[in-house]
Unconditional design. Structure first.
Ligand SMILES: Cc1cc2nc3c(=O)[nH]c(=O)nc-3n(C[C@H](O)[C@H](O)[C@H](O)COP(=O)(O)OP(=O)(O)OC[C@H]3O[C@@H](n4cnc5c(N)ncnc54)[C@H](O)[C@@H]3O)c2cc1C
Ligand code: SF4
Ligand code: FES
Ligand code: FES
Lengths: 157, 352
């Protein structure tokens, strides 16, 4: 079976034998290693990608599910090589990254929040990130990073 | 190699062999852990008929007693008083149906649910995590398998996997049931099942049968299943009774993490005040037994009483009647009373 979808704005296709997960297809044949695998069961959010604008755990999603849909991964955020998206820039500036393992998922979940609500309250940020675990930062800098991202996105628009 | 089938109609889905996959958040994890014996998957995501949400027409009024006169010729041709369609009134409808494949996020966003069934929309839209809510479906939530760690581990063949003992009873049962309803002490994992039990909802099974939530969930005695659904049967929708605008609701969960985790104990309350007294009331509790429970004794003790703190406390104190906790989960008895009390207080206070 062949699955075709848009990955970061480009049409891609991949052949599947059965219920391979989107996470494995992204990291394997499609060579997009930015999306991480933590728990593999929907609890940590390290594998978060956007599908048609909503945050999804790629570790629970069979690749066949994204047929005809638009998938965005962390690799799809930067506007040009060598540049960072406002969300990425904000995490760097506000110290939202330590070891970095949770970061792609955190940024994808934050972007999904900001796409829906450009100026979220802290409670909304916490609510939107309950599905993303971080073992390093203690979360305060991550909340700060999302606030900073909201500000940077506001400036850019 | 396992096969994934993608039916597009309810009939095709029901005829396809394999385990149904809705949002996949439970079934994919069980497959990865190697604890589901079924190889093939029947993916329900391409069956549009399972995604509908709509009001149902009011049941026909019984006119057999006083048959109306057929309109006269004059009435039919008269130009005055052309009947206009009356404005749609949900309260007079036949209720609201939610397709099996509607996601928790869609339930949380639905204007109809938020306006008319806020207690359901509020809980569905805040459960688990945003990533899980985006894919996790109503039927999948009701039919997810328990979280007991022995059940989830491939090496333990307990009652729930056709074995002959329960590991949790003599070992770690800290998250398990305090009501001893059958051989397994695993608690039912579904928050929405508990809420829908309080809503007196029906489960619609393919073929058109409606089963009350209580009959659907069963008595919790069979360790092999957490409901009465026959093997291979397909849930097509949930049907809510017509809304009650005067109703208030309250939900409380006790949880180790703030969200993003199954609760230690949870409770849901719907009630209506008649002046200062409590009228209709429904109280349900979850994570304390192999099935969510309606706490009828708590309800009975509240009905007709003034909504005073003392009366709410006296009722909540009945919540654990009949419980027989294990040594490691006796803490849940007090927690259950506390959750019921707080859900009652929230409902009386206006709802959340
Ligand atoms: C971090 C985390 C926290 C969570 N917290 C909670 C919580 O507090 N409360 C709670 O209730 N849940 C919680 N969940 C569980 C989550 O809500 C469920 O996994 C989800 O709702 C299951 O839906 P699904 O569509 O993905 O089900 P699936 O995994 O697709 O299916 C589950 C089961 O239902 C069967 N099934 C699905 N649809 C049908 C149908 N139409 N007819 C017949 N059988 C069907 C499948 O065959 C399967 O056996 C949590 C999950 C995570 C990861
Ligand atoms: S509680 Fe149920 S699922 Fe857990 S070990 Fe006992 S029989 Fe198995
Ligand atoms: S790897 Fe997907 S949620 Fe943890
Ligand atoms: S930065 Fe290390 S897990 Fe979050």
């Amino acid at each position: 079976m062949e699955v075709r979808f848009t990955l970061n704005g480009r049409e891609v296709s991949c052949s599947l034998v059965g219920s391979e997960l989107l996470l494995d297809v992204l990291r394997g044949p499609l060579g997009h290693r930015g999306t991480k695998e933590g728990c593999g069961k929907g609890e940590c959010g390290a594998c978060t990608v956007q599908v048609d604008g909503h945050p999804f755990n790629a570790c629970l999603l069979p690749a066949a599910e994204v047929e005809g849909r638009a998938v965005t991964t962390i690799e799809g955020l930067a506007p040009a090589p060598g540049e960072l998206s406002p969300e990425q820039q904000a995490f760097v500036e506000a110290g939202g990254i330590q070891c970095g393992f949770c970061t792609p998922g955190m940024i994808m979940a934050s972007k999904a929040l900001l796409d829906a609500d450009p100026d979220p309250a802290d409670a909304d940020i916490r609510h939107a990130l309950v599905g993303n675990l971080c073992r390093c930062t203690g979360y305060a800098q991550i909340i700060e990073s999302v606030r900073r991202a909201a500000a940077l996105r506001g400036e850019g628009s | 190699m396992s096969v994934v089938r993608f039916p597009v109609t309810v009939e095709e889905a029901a005829a396809s062999p394999g385990e149904y996959r809705a949002g996949g958040t439970d079934v994919m994890d069980r497959r990865a852990q190697g604890i589901t014996p079924i190889e093939d998957l029947v993916d329900l995501t391409r069956v549009p008929a399972l995604r509908a949400m709509d009001w149902l027409p009011a049941p026909p009024i019984d006119t057999s007693e006083s048959p109306e006169e057929p309109p006269t010729e004059e009435e039919l041709t008269s130009e005055a008083e052309a009947p206009t369609a009356p404005a749609f009134d949900p309260v007079a409808s036949g209720g609201f149906t939610i397709g099996a494949m509607v996601t928790m996020a869609q339930m949380g966003r639905s204007e109809d649910l938020r306006t008319w069934y806020p207690g359901l929309a509020g809980v569905a839209g805040a459960g688990a995590t945003p990533q899980i809510r985006a894919v996790g479906t109503l039927a999948g939530n009701l039919l997810q398998r328990p979280r007991c760690w022995y059940f989830r581990h491939p090496e333990f063949k307990c009652f729930k996997k056709g074995g002959h003992l329960c590991y949790s009873r003599s070992d770690d049962h800290s998250l398990h049931s305090i009501f001893d309803l059958g051989p397994s002490r695993a608690v039912h994992p579904s928050t929405l099942a508990m809420v829908l039990l309080a809503y007196d909802a029906d489960v619609e099974v393919r073929g058109g049968e409606h089963r009350s939530m209580e009959a659907f969930l069963g008595d919790g005695a069979d360790p092999l299943r957490e409901n009465t659904l026959e093997d291979g049967a397909l849930v097509t929708a949930i049907v809510l009774p017509p809304p009650r605008p005067a109703e208030r609701w309250g939900y409380k969960r006790a949880i180790a993490r703030r969200r993003a985790e199954w609760p230690l104990v949870e409770a849901h309350v719907r009630l209506e005040l008649e002046g200062a007294s409590i009228g209709r009331v429904a109280v349900a509790a979850g994570a304390v037994a192999p099935v969510p429970m309606r706490l009828r004794n708590v309800e009975a003790s509240l009905r007709g009483k003034k909504a005073t703190q003392a009366n709410l406390e006296a009722a909540a104190n009945l919540a654990a009647t009949g419980a027989s906790p294990l040594p490691g989960n006796a803490y849940k008895v007090a927690m259950l009373k506390g959750c019921v009390l707080e859900a009652l207080e929230r409902a009386v206070g206006g709802g959340s």
